[in-house]
Design a protein. Structure first.
Length: 281
């Protein structure tokens, strides 16, 4: 099913994700397109939308807390020497069209605007692919082009003085279960060991579902993972961890994340095998 506002992705005829292009959200949540619900092949939802603890977490998508001082993440802004602060500085991502759209994926064009001015133009490519009878892959690439006459600096709370908070870029707010998910990479395990470090892939595993996030380009694999399990289940790939990312006029920053969505709990070998199949390495 496709409408102007919702596209449903399918794998082997089964609906596995809804992409909402024009959500009606307050400005404080930094309105933007998102994927929710995303489900396993058995129909278990693995995303959360506007949860009570972080109302600005919108399923799976792309969000950045600081583009030249504009908040495209939602919620409070981390200000150096002041901490999280309520500011009237929220931007919005505006969907402008689908150059390509089908039941298993799409190409979308977006404008990142603030105070009536366009800062970034994005091309977002999303594809859904079956892997096994119990797993499929969501392949998401975003390309952010600076359309202003000067350089644009992308930051995070970490680059603004809050250690360990380098969120911004691809982000997936996972479903809250009765207990926190387990987090592991090819060679580390536990939130403290995997958070803030790069790895070829990172998994969140519960008894009902497993998500495995893989960087699919060299630039993406160099970005550290932002991981939360105890406070809430969420994973992101950090565009700006130790230093701000500067995009020159006309230049484009590109990242690609492939997420394996599996029913049941995967171990390390199972996760690695599905990543190889999904990414083609």
């Amino acid at each position: 099913m496709t409408t102007d506002d919702v596209t449903v992705l399918r794998v082997a005829g089964r609906p596995v994700a809804r992409y909402v292009t024009r959500p009606e959200l307050p400005a404080r949540l930094a309105p933007r397109p998102y994927l929710h619900p995303v489900t396993t092949l058995a129909g278990t939802t693995v995303t959360e939308l506007t949860p009570a603890d972080h109302a600005h977490h919108l399923g799976a998508g792309v969000a950045v807390p600081d583009v030249e001082g504009t908040n495209f993440w939602g919620g409070r802004t981390y200000v150096r020497d002041r901490g999280p602060t309520e500011l009237d500085n929220h931007g919005a991502q505006r969907h402008t069209g689908f150059p390509l759209r089908g039941p298993d994926g799409f190409v979308a064009e977006l404008r990142w605007v603030a105070a009536g001015a366009e800062l970034l133009r994005e091309r977002r490519t999303v594809a859904a692919t079956g892997l096994t009878a119990a797993a499929w892959a969501l392949d998401l690439t975003f390309s952010l082009t600076n359309v202003t006459p000067g350089p644009l600096s992308i930051g995070s709370p970490a680059t603004n003085g809050r250690p360990g908070a380098a969120y911004g870029g691809f982000f997936w707010r996972a479903r809250q279960e009765g207990r926190a998910p387990d987090a592991f990479t090819p060679d580390a395990e536990g939130e403290d060991e995997v958070h803030g470090r790069p790895a070829d892939w990172l998994a969140l595993a519960t008894d009902r579902w497993t998500l495995v996030f893989a960087g699919a380009t060299d630039a993406t694999r160099r970005d550290p993972w932002f991981v939360r399990t105890a406070e809430y289940p969420g994973v992101g790939s950090s565009l700006a961890s130790e230093r701000r990312l500067v995009v020159a006029p006309g230049d484009t920053a590109v990242r690609r994340i492939v997420t394996v969505v599996a029913d049941g709990r995967l171990d390390r070998d199972g996760a690695a095998a599905l990543v190889r199949k999904a990414v083609g390495t």
